[in-house]
Design a protein around this ligand. Structure first.
Ligand code: KG4
Ligand code: ZN
Length: 338
């Protein structure tokens, strides 16, 4: 079964052709990063206009790369939430138009369910190896959630961030350190090989699986001010000091996320741990989570950040459970996962 996966919830216009929820035949992403970078973050108005410009060429490229035509497709899956309203609308309306014109089943996919199913694209089926229940950690620009997945479509959210998402914290720290946007990759690069002399605070929030990163962000601000990094001095900040703060920040985020994810595996007797979302592209986080006492499934970095393949995979498994949507499917900016 060939599913066309379409993703436009934030700042990537993406489409992919996925076979049987497992095999990626094509994966095309048009990123708006360079456009938003000059504003230091995503401008929703610009994002939706860019999606409008990019969506048709991206879909055409995904079909061409997979060497298929619309006539070969069996279903259309699209992210219908959560995300930016104007951005979501472009993907949802395009998907509806194709489904209507071609008489194909339409499947709305929750963006975080998409991030979860990126783990199904790595050559093994996590439902069988290692099997359910699985702990799923989704760390992205807007979410930091710990989820128990007991079967396909069976989710219980056991922890979430109480303020900033992990990716948001990376983006804000990068801005304070003058490293640019998006923050994750630049902070990771700055911190590479640095063993920081600084220690920044961790919010453990007692015995819960919740997260909080706003205190850490404030600590980065204070350190950056104290060490002459923020506001940026004439001639730029000392790169060694910037690297030191970046490394201490990354270490704090990784420490909390990995420890909580591993504790969740132990508490719930999970057979495996899945990582997803843009922050899961982070090298030290991947390494720290691999210390879990169960198999750890982490998609390739390209499949951690937003893409169409994960939507195609999640859409396939939704369809297998009998879930399809009519043309009344709407973009839902704050769609709940369960
Ligand atoms: O999943 P994603 O592409 O979009 C959302 O659904 O939000 O995640 C984007 C987030 C951004 O905040 C970005 O800074 C972060 O993922 N990110 C990273 C890395 N690559 C992307 N964070 C840490 N380390 C990375 N290597
Ligand atoms: Zn995402």
């Amino acid at each position: 079964m060939l599913v066309f996966g379409i993703e436009s919830s934030c700042d990537e216009t993406a489409a992919a052709v996925v076979e049987d929820g497992k095999r990626v035949l094509s994966d095309v992403i048009s990123s708006q990063v360079a456009i938003h970078a000059r504003y230091g973050g995503i401008v929703p108005e610009i994002a939706s206009r860019q999606h409008l410009l990019q969506i048709v060429p991206v879909l055409e490229a995904a079909l061409a790369e997979a060497e298929v035509t619309l006539g070969d497709l069996d279903a259309i899956a699209v992210t219908n939430g959560p995300g930016l309203m104007g951005s979501l609308m472009v993907g949802v309306n395009t998907a509806k138009a194709i489904a209507y014109a071609r008489g194909l089943p339409l499947i709305g996919v929750h963006h975080l369910e998409g991030h979860t199913y990126a783990a199904w694209l790595g050559g093994t089926d996590p439902a069988e190896d290692p099997g359910f229940p699985l702990v799923v950690l989704i760390a992205s620009g807007a979410h930091t959630d710990l989820i128990i997945m007991r079967g396909h479509g069976d989710y219980e959210i056991i922890g979430r961030t109480r303020d900033d998402a992990a990716g948001e914290a990376f983006d804000k720290a990068a801005r304070l350190l003058g490293l640019g946007y998006p923050g994750g990759p630049v902070v990771q690069r700055a911190a590479e090989g640095v063993s920081s002399s600084l220690k920044l605070p961790r919010a453990w929030l007692g015995d819960t699986f919740d997260f909080s990163f706003s205190g850490l962000k404030t600590a980065v601000l204070h350190k950056a001010q104290e060490l002459g990094v923020y506001p940026a001095p004439d001639g730029g900040a000392d790169p060694a000091v910037v690297a030191d703060i970046a490394a201490a920040f990354q270490e704090a985020v990784v420490d909390v996320i990995a420890r909580k994810a591993i504790a969740a595996v132990e508490r719930y007797g999970a057979k495996g741990l899945i990582l997803g979302g843009g922050v899961s592209a982070n090298g030290p986080l991947r390494e720290a989570c691999r210390r879990a006492p169960v198999p750890v499934i982490i998609p390739a970095p390209k499949l951690c950040t937003d893409n169409g393949s994960m939507i195609g995979a999640a859409g396939y498994y939704r369809y297998a459970r009998g879930i399809t949507h009519g043309l009344e499917l709407d973009a839902s900016p704050s769609l709940a996962m369960v």
